[in-house]
Ligand binder design. Structure first.
Ligand SMILES: Nc1nc2c(ncn2[C@@H]2O[C@H](COP(=O)(O)OP(=O)(O)OP(=O)(O)O)[C@@H](O)[C@H]2O)c(=O)[nH]1
Ligand SMILES: [Mg+2]
Length: 391
């Protein structure tokens, strides 16, 4: 599947930058183009400058709201982010249209952090603009949810997240959720952590996007997943994950022929092992039973992927997501691992979304009461000095 990727705000642009990296990787490793058009949109000039793979010209790195923010972001007010997108959205639409390879792409992927101002506000607005203009291409969103400490201490982050989730869900065909907190490694430094998290968020899309796009015969699987399968799978709240099991390294190539029955049995077990890893690494916590669609892709050396493995993986998925319509395929692209990518889509209940909606409503009410109280206090103070003359 080929995607037109649009990153919005700092978080969105940095993850879009990883998609640009993966596109280069696909071109060199697999001779496949998976994201021919990648655009970064931000109101913050410095953030745009820091990107490594997205082109720096004004058709690929787009600064919005320069007049209002002077290139310094909107400071977490997502209403302003939305307003800037309404005013400057044409720049993004023009950039999409100007890319000659745009017509090859099957769908849009808009990426943004929900807790900030620019990405959170601009994403649903740009999604709507695209929807009005391009009727035949689905629009997917990849929304990054805030860390736990942001949820507990920054009411504005929760409010931004809830409004962004709600507005995006109404416009986009599917919304991938990625919960920052699930990727945190306690021992890593902050910069390292963020870089690793971004890598982990983007990585699961790699095999899926490559599978239908490879041109070399040796990379074409027995049952290939292509854009049609993905489009039929993706709808509503969606999660994605990848898990891997390493293959034993062979000292000599002929060793592979000497497998005994125990090693042979282990082979199909490797698939389930990778699937277990996938399930514990899904981008958002949810119950697979609530998913109505599922898709998996098994990547590994073709010699290592046998029918037993495919069977055991699909049976496992059937067990954990009994009501889901399951699609699956293989992709002989990996050399040293068995990777299982899993998408669960049309998820009817996501606990985190419920929590964020509830908190935002509660904060909204508290904020209103607080505002009224402050207003009253200010008024009563001026009452005290009513008799004084003004200068
Ligand atoms: N995974 C990940 N999360 C990020 C990254 N940068 C910021 N975030 C998260 O995204 C949220 C903030 O959004 P940003 O993208 O920084 O905000 P913005 O869209 O640039 O908006 P303003 O800076 O307010 O104009 C917070 O929850 C951060 O924890 C990143 O590179 N990766
Ligand atoms: Mg910013």
């Amino acid at each position: 599947m080929k995607l037109t990727v649009i990153g919005l705000g700092q978080c969105g642009c940095r993850i879009a930058d990883h998609f640009a990296r993966l596109n280069l990787k696909a071109q060199t490793e697999r001779r496949a183009t998976i994201a021919p058009d990648i655009v970064a949109v931000n109101s913050d000039q410095a953030d745009l400058t820091g990107l490594r793979f997205i082109k720096k010209d004004y058709m690929h790195s787009i600064l919005i709201g320069l007049r209002q923010t002077l290139g310094h972001g909107v400071g977490k007010i997502n209403e302003i982010g939305a307003q800037l997108a309404r005013e400057d959205g044409d720049k993004v639409m023009e950039a999409i249209k100007a890319e000659p390879r745009f017509y090859e792409t099957h769908a849009f992927l808009l990426i943004g952090g929900t807790a900030g101002g620019t990405g959170s506000g601009a994403l649903p607005v740009i999604a709507q603009m695209i929807k009005d203009r391009y009727l035949n291409k689905p629009i997917y969103a990849l929304l990054v949810l805030p860390f736990e400490h942001e949820i507990s201490s920054e009411t504005r982050s929760v409010y931004n997240t809830a409004t962004c989730l709600k507005s995006t869900f109404e416009v986009a065909d599917a919304v991938f959720l990625a919960d920052n907190q699930r990727y945190v490694r306690k021992d890593a430094s902050l910069v390292n952590n963020i870089e690793k998290i971004n890598r982990q968020i983007a990585e699961p899309f790699y095999d899926l996007m490559c599978a239908g796009e490879v041109t070399k015969h040796k990379f074409v699987g027995a049952r290939t997943i292509d854009a049609g399968d993905l489009i039929a799978t993706l709808e509503g709240w969606t999660t994605i994950g990848i898990g891997r099991t390493p293959l034993p390294s062979l000292r000599f190539p002929w060793e592979i022929r000497k497998k005994n029955f125990r090693e042979k049995a282990l082979e199909s077990f490797r698939g389930s092992q990778a699937l277990d890893a996938t399930l514990s690494d899904l981008s958002i916590a949810c119950n697979p039973k609530d998913a109505s669609r599922a898709m998996y892709i098994i990547a590994g050396p073709s010699k290592e992927m046998n029918m037993d493995m495919v069977k055991s993986i699909s049976e496992c998925i059937k067990e954990i997501a009994p009501t889901a319509l399951i699609r699956g395929g293989d992709f002989p692209g990996e050399k040293h691992f068995i990777d299982v990518t899993l998408i669960l889509s049309q998820i009817s209940f996501v606990p985190k979304v419920k929590e964020l909606y509830e908190k935002a409503v509660q904060y909204g009410q508290e904020h209103k009461i607080q505002l009224e109280e402050t207003h009253k206090k200010i008024q009563s103070l001026s009452e005290v000095g009513k008799e004084l003359p003004t200068l």
